[in-house]
Design a protein around this ligand. Structure first.
Ligand SMILES: [Zn+2]
Ligand SMILES: [Zn+2]
Ligand SMILES: [Zn+2]
Length: 386
């Protein structure tokens, strides 16, 4: 919101690419820049790789790639930002860690890593044929996990976690700051405070809580009327505070807005001191019971816009929720609904809530996947838990 408009210098017509090898003339003309030139430019023309977009080969560099040495153009930066924390249902990242696209991906087999790389990136930046070699390997670990920092032209940045945070803070339009991701050896199990709605089952199936593990890891409260700051400080510290309006069809003791105000109040008690580097996440879920005014208040209090997540079965929307959260990628995963669709959803509300619709906690479950970059997780069968 507060981001200053960036002067778009990259609108200029791109320079002509002069083909150096006549054999390349036989290939069909490709629109836009080509990555095949990166190696030639670096090795023969001595061009600094930081002056080329390593995602697409463009010379119109807007910023530096946060994970590997090299530049990034505006278009690739935008793609990278929106895909940065996107995860598939299997718990691995959805896109290539270098270019943020790719249909066929090589997955890092380090159990603590979730990163993927596309064939094209690996073949262009490491060396031709590498993707095939990697595929044939049984235990491949990726370029961020390997003990040595360089593979071909691909050079891991020193302190890439810091680069990643700086990249996000500088480029993202979100008013929320991103916490620096945590290296595996420093990750601790997450400590959760869950208000009204319970997410124990979901967090357990994602591997963040162990079956039968220390019950102190998740505190669930249905009523917080008498909860004061001292209570929360005594139970805590917490890393994640979750709250939701009651699911439809449940008898409520309070008007819907009450749940929002109580969530916001308790959230303030649980927050780390200002300036603390501790990663702290929160999520508030409204099962479409808040009024429009309540939602505007929520957006003001929680300082971020909500996103709508739907449970779609065929063409019918069975359930939907509004989610406010500072967990990365909740926004890019689900874009907001248009108001027309919204009123349609509200009209459906009355007939909603007949079983097989999924409850709010289930709907938001995969939004917690980016927490894998911050907290310890225990082995789990992702696919079978869905
Ligand atoms: Zn690019
Ligand atoms: Zn790629
Ligand atoms: Zn890895």
């Amino acid at each position: 919101m507060a981001a200053a408009p960036v002067l778009d210098l990259e609108e200029e017509p791109s320079m002509d690419i002069i083909l150096v090898d006549s054999s390349e003339l036989s290939s069909p003309p490709s629109p836009g820049p080509s990555r095949d030139l990166i190696e030639y430019e670096v090795k023969v023309n001595q061009r600094d790789i930081e002056d080329m977009c390593i995602c697409c080969g463009s010379f119109q560099v807007h910023t530096q790639h946060p994970l590997f040495e090299g530049g990034m153009c505006t278009a690739c930066k935008d793609k990278f930002l929106s895909c940065l924390f996107l995860y598939d249902d299997d718990g691995n990242q959805s896109y290539c860690s270098i270019c943020c696209s790719g249909e066929t991906l090589l997955i890092c087999e380090n159990p603590d890593c979730t990163r993927c790389y596309c064939f094209e990136c690996v073949d262009t930046l490491v060396s031709p044929g590498t993707s095939e070699k990697v595929q044939a390997m049984s235990n491949w670990v990726c370029f961020l996990c390997l003990p040595f920092p360089r593979s071909g032209l691909l050079q891991r940045r020193r302190k890439w976690r810091g680069w990643l945070k700086a990249f996000y803070d500088q480029e993202a339009e979100s008013p929320l700051e991103m916490y620096k991701t945590v290296p595996v050896w420093k990750r601790e199990p997450v400590r959760v405070l869950s208000l009204f709605g319970d997410i124990k089952k979901e967090l357990t199936s994602l591997g963040f809580l162990e079956n039968g593990s220390d019950p102190g890891r998740l505190k669930h409260l249905d009523d917080v009327t008498n909860t004061v700051r001292r209570d929360v400080e005594e139970w805590g510290p917490f890393d994640l505070v979750y709250g939701s309006t009651p699911p439809l069809g449940h008898a409520c003791d309070h008007p819907p807005g009450w749940y929002l105000f109580q969530f916001h109040r308790v959230l303030q008690y649980a927050r780390p001191r200002p300036g603390s580097p501790q990663a702290f996440f929160w999520m508030f879920v409204d099962n479409l019971v808040l009024t429009e005014d309540d939602r505007a208040v929520a957006t003001r209090f929680l300082e971020t816009d909500p996103v709508t997540i739907q449970d779609v079965c065929g063409r019918a929307v069975r359930n939907a929720v509004h989610v406010w959260s500072n967990i990365p990628a909740v926004k890019s995963r689900h874009s907001a609904l248009f108001s027309q669709e919204e009123s349609f959803l509200r009209a459906q509300d009355r007939q909603r809530a007949k079983p097989p619709a999924r409850g709010p906690a289930k709907l938001v479950k995969n939004c917690f996947l980016p927490l894998r970059e911050y907290f310890k997780y225990f082995s789990t069968e992702f696919t079978s838990s869905l």
